[in-house]
Write a protein that binds this ligand. Sequence first.
Ligand SMILES: NC(=O)c1ccc[n+]([C@@H]2O[C@H](COP(=O)([O-])OP(=O)(O)OC[C@H]3O[C@@H](n4cnc5c(N)ncnc54)[C@H](O)[C@@H]3O)[C@@H](O)[C@H]2O)c1
Ligand SMILES: O=P(O)(O)OC[C@H](O)CO
Length: 343
Amino acid sequence: MTQYKEKACLIGSGNWGSAIAKIVGRNVTEHDGFDREVKMWVFEEMINGEKLTEIINTKHENAKYLPNIKLPPNVKAVPDVVETCHDATVLIFVVPHQFVKGICQKLVGRIRPDARAISLIKGVDVSAMGLTLVSDLIKQNLNVDVSVLMGANIANEVAAENFCETTIGYSDPDNAEVLKKLFHTPYFRVSTVPDVAGVEICGALKNIVALGAGFVDGLRYGDNTKAAIIRLGLLEMKKFAKMFYSGVRDETFLESCGVADLITTCSGGRNRRVAEAMVTTGKPLDVLEKEMLNGQKLQGTLTAKEVYEILSRQNLTHEFPLFTVIYRISFESLPASHIVRDL
Ligand SMILES: NC(=O)c1ccc[n+]([C@@H]2O[C@H](COP(=O)([O-])OP(=O)(O)OC[C@H]3O[C@@H](n4cnc5c(N)ncnc54)[C@H](O)[C@@H]3O)[C@@H](O)[C@H]2O)c1
Ligand SMILES: O=P(O)(O)OC[C@H](O)CO
């Protein structure tokens, strides 16, 4: 009987979760040492009277979150998160960041002791205790090594197999090697860097800048203004990362997770699109999120709130004028034109 060393599972099946399931499902069949089955946890819901898990397992397509893309048949949708994870050696977390804490709590004591994790989640956690990276949240709850994968990766484009790059931030090089095998393809090129915090902060904070890009698009200020927002955003991302985490590397900001993700997210991302619509329609972001995204979630709105909370608590808002004005436009009815006036 074949002995498999590694077994991957996915915790999440939204737009990005499903696109990444396509890659992982294929890669486990192309490399030795991986179990062929990839279980994918699905937050169960009914679509036209049918369970989403049943649709995925029979039609091999996530009809709601990634329609018209075939998933490999070895990706098996499972509605129970413990059943998904209990026998896995690689846990791939890919849910909107507001749900990760509750999921981790369900998994405490229910995973293999030799498992490790990777987070594809772009966000941070803020509580009374302060700021916590999602990777640290997973590590604290499950006592596993946690890497991160972030990059200029709009899910629909990755699912269409258009070439792009991505960045894995790791602390254990052996884990990085296994993870590269799981994710790398000729059209999805993985670079690995020993900087978990730097990579993760880039992925989280670029979503705030994307809202700013959406506001200037809504105001029809043009490309020069948007380029200025991107540049100032990059500077605030770097300043924030270095202020709150030691060891963050300058080079990380030039990887796909840094400048490249900022460019893509400020061009084709959901946060940008919804922020633009806020300016043109006058509707609040949460209303537009529901109207425009068919169940997909924005990460920039909650992150803008969380980062503003941390900055306010520490009297640092004046050091981050872009993050601060984006928060105020998003949540305090400040006119969008302040995006340039307040800088
Ligand atoms: N979509 C992209 O292009 C993309 C690319 C790179 C990274 N990301 C990041 O990946 C993460 C996941 O994004 P996504 O695009 O896969 O998700 P998504 O935006 O498609 O969100 C919808 C998902 O959330 C799930 N959900 C809804 N309510 C839930 C609940 N109460 N508990 C648990 N799950 C619930 C839904 O079932 C669905 O799977 C985010 O942090 C995002 O920033 C997204
Ligand atoms: O659609 P967004 O704004 O959530 O961005 C998607 C990805 O993070 C881009 O890399």
